[in-house]
Design a protein around this ligand. Structure first.
Ligand code: GUN
Length: 294
């Protein structure tokens, strides 16, 4: 069994981006500028956004964090998005999800200018991704592709089973793994909450990508020997014995599944850090495209 070490690979990617930023600075060019909007006070979301902003600072990007109260109306959020769309200093921005229930998420994602949509959530960018056109690939799926690529995990002709059909992970992942090329050329099965006999499907899988958010869901008897496991679950489990009051766990019973796997991502330290690195990569790409337009 080999660990797919997202922490290590994400640090390599961040160093590569930092080297690019250093060159930009030497040439006297503007460095990439990422903005993030967060609405409300959800602890996990605040942590994720904080990590994104901190990562920007470490590699030399500019960053702006826009905090809005949980009572923000859809109109107020759309107004802020229009401001960021029109702010020439900002190369890309994200709206952290989930949003409070008074706000229609799809309306919000459609308001982000596709050229600044470094999350790749706008229908135009999602459509381009599905049609193999150059675009921003959502950061979590992009990070998973990068891990598979850098570890040379064979995907061609393999049966990839994706668990979960979210717009952020499961759905795009199912499209990307079936694309021509590497990583890709997989035969893909997308499973979800209404799938019957999921064990019958997962035991046929060469690669399993689980994005469910149910701790310990995937058990050793549900997988075959030498399976490749990508665990996208990040769940906070309350635990008073820890200083933070919780611990982080994935969808996979790591202790037992890892004994059968050929490759497996740990949680934490697998897909999570890759997501941030790929958001930075998309922001660098947004800066390069923006520069060409001016
Ligand atoms: N919430 C959970 N994952 C993500 C992500 O990748 N981007 C945004 N904007 N919100 C999220």
């Amino acid at each position: 069994m080999e660990l797919l070490d997202g922490k290590k690979i994400s640090n390599q990617i961040k160093e590569e981006i930092a080297a690019e930023v250093a060159k930009m600075k030497e040439r006297g060019e503007k460095v990439p500028h990422l903005a993030a909007i967060i609405v409300g006070n959800d602890g996990a979301s605040l942590t994720y956004v904080g990590s994104k902003v901190k990562a920007c600072e470490r590699i030399g990007f500019e960053s702006t964090l826009v905090r809005m109260p949980s009572t923000t109306s859809e109109q107020e959020l759309l107004k802020k998005i229009r401001e960021l769309n029109n702010d020439d200093d900002i190369d890309g921005f994200i709206v952290q999800l989930p949003l409070p229930e008074q706000i229609d998420t799809q309306e919000v994602l459609m308001a982000v200018h596709p050229d600044k949509d470094v999350d790749g959530f706008h229908p135009m960018n999602f459509g381009k991704m599905a049609l193999d056109m150059s675009t921003f690939i959502p950061a979590t799926p992009f990070g998973i592709l990068e891990l598979l690529e850098r570890y040379g995990v064979e995907t061609q002709g393999k049966h990839t089973v994706v668990i979960g059909r979210s717009h952020i992970v499961g759905r795009p992942m199912s499209i990307l793994m079936g694309r021509k090329g590497f990583p890709g050329n997989s035969t893909v099965t997308l499973t979800h909450s209404r799938t019957k006999n999921i064990s019958q499907i997962t035991t046929q899988a060469d690669i399993i990508i689980s994005a469910l958010g149910v701790p310990g869901f995937l058990k050793a008897e549900m997988v075959k020997d030498d399976v490749v496991i990508i665990d996208v679950g990040i769940t906070r489990v309350p635990d008073e014995s820890r200083e933070r009051g919780y611990y982080i766990t994935g969808d996979v019973d790591f202790e037992n599944v890892s004994k059968k796997a050929s490759y497996i991502t740990p949680v934490p330290g697998g897909v999570g850090p890759m997501t941030i690195a790929m958001l930075l990569k998309n922001t660098l790409l947004a800066r390069e495209r923006h520069k060409k337009q001016n």
